[in-house]
Design a protein around this ligand. Structure first.
Ligand SMILES: CC(=O)SCCNC(=O)CCNC(=O)[C@H](O)C(C)(C)COP(=O)(O)OP(=O)(O)OC[C@H]1O[C@@H](n2cnc3c(N)ncnc32)[C@H](O)[C@@H]1OP(=O)(O)O
Ligand SMILES: CC(=O)C(=O)O
Ligand SMILES: [Mg+2]
Length: 350
């Protein structure tokens, strides 16, 4: 483990100083695109105008025979596309793959100043982050990159899950962690073919209303199989001062279930999610921007308790120092999002 006094020292001579605070711009969705797809590249400026973050994906979902053209396509995006200030991220291939060394080397040296975050798939422990941390520092120094590129881990193996806290704390470059429900399900031997979301078999059941007939009057309710994972990931991230994200929702047509899964993650503390298709950008924007009615009540709490102390009754509900802090979380997020969004500003009454 690095000495606390050395934690913020660059890992290579000439590399930029690590950041002390993780920046928190609007991060409601990380929009995935395939940089080997010319049509998607052409549409990217229009997508970037709607999305909080755009990410050129080089890993799973990009066929093996297009790995190199995806990498080249992302370099072209970094050099030429006008993204209007929307952060550009990438997901590189996994650390054991034959492509990742060229992914990181090419991207940092060719478009290092345009790239905000590198997402690392299948991270299993702090050692994976340490490897990328040093490599990126060496490449930043070589290329003269002026601000440090941050790292984001995907939590998608049982081993990674067991080590989530040490991953979150592994480096000052760590920006956040996303849930990877597809690979994680496979790694855990969960019995589902879905990419994120619930499963009709994962239910809880009410008691029977007739002792003789066990079928009578029983209500089944689907549970969220990601609850434990997301909650633990949120705690690991918040304790390390980094940002937790839900991940993909693969049933693109089921916009209703997508919204429900995103909302569960938002309520548990995630700052954002992934969008795999343009339709999911709007869902994420709606879900990860707090509800105006809740913001109005939170504002009422803050206005009614200027010093944030003591016990108060507001609209029949007890409020105290702790619930004042809850209100502050919602109002601070609403204020931040309203800064660049006139519609939200009006909805929140700022
Ligand atoms: C488990 C994981 O690792 S998840 C992360 C990896 N997966 C991904 O990154 C998938 C990204 N998404 C995609 O590849 C696509 O959205 C798919 C394959 C899921 C669906 O694609 P399609 O069947 O073409 O969707 P659809 O027909 O609705 O597309 C409508 C339009 O939106 C475009 N579009 C679809 N997805 C995207 C996207 N992610 N970004 C930008 N444009 C997109 C299509 O090119 C199409 O454009 P057109 O009207 O000009 O022809
Ligand atoms: C997100 C991802 O890579 C997965 O679910 O496997
Ligand atoms: Mg995966």
């Amino acid at each position: 483990m690095r000495h606390p006094r050395d934690f913020f020292k660059p890992l290579a001579v000439g590399a930029p100083e690590p950041v002390r605070e993780i920046p928190v711009p609007p991060s409601r969705m990380i929009h995935f695109f395939d940089p080997s797809n010319e049509k998607m590249r052409a549409k990217l400026p229009a997508i970037a105008a709607k999305a909080d973050i755009v990410l050129g994906n080089l890993e799973d979902a990009v066929p093996v025979d297009r790995k190199e053209s995806a990498r080249a396509g992302l370099v072209e995006v970094g050099k030429t596309a006008d993204l209007g200030g929307t952060p550009l991220w990438t997901r590189v291939n996994s650390l054991e793959s034959p492509w990742v060394l060229d992914d990181i080397t090419t991207l940092v040296t060719e478009i290092g100043d345009q790239l905000d975050v590198i997402m690392i798939p299948k991270v299993e422990g702090a050692e994976d982050i340490h490897y990328v941390d040093r490599l990126v520092a060496q490449l930043e120094a070589k290329a003269g990159v002026t601000r440090p590129i941050l790292l984001h881990a995907i939590l998608e193996t049982a081993q990674g899950m067991a080590n989530v806290e040490e991953i979150a704390f592994a480096s000052p470059r760590m920006q956040g962690i996303s849930l990877g429900p597809a690979d994680l399900a496979a790694s855990r031997r969960m019995k589902t073919t879905r990419v994120g979301g619930g499963h009709p078999g994962y239910v809880s059941i009410s008691d029977p209303t007739d002792a003789e007939d066990l079928e009578v009057g029983r209500v089944r309710a689907q549970q969220d199989p990601w609850h434990y994972t997301v909650a633990r990931m949120v705690d690991a991230c918040v304790s390390a001062g980094i940002l937790p994200f839900y991940g993909p929702f693969g049933d693109i047509k089921d916009t209703v279930a997508c919204e429900a899964q995103f909302r569960a993650a938002f309520i548990l503390g995630c700052v954002g999610t992934w969008s795999l298709h343009p339709v999911q950008i709007d869902i994420a924007k709606k879900v990860f921007s707090p509800d105006p009615a809740e913001v109005a009540f939170a504002k009422k709490i803050i206005e009614s308790i200027p010093d944030g102390k003591g016990v108060h009754m507001i609209d029949g509900k007890m409020q105290d120092d702790a619930s004042w802090k809850q209100a502050k979380v919602l109002v601070t997020l609403a204020e931040q999002l309203a800064q660049d969004d006139e519609e939200l500003k009006a909805a929140y009454g700022f």
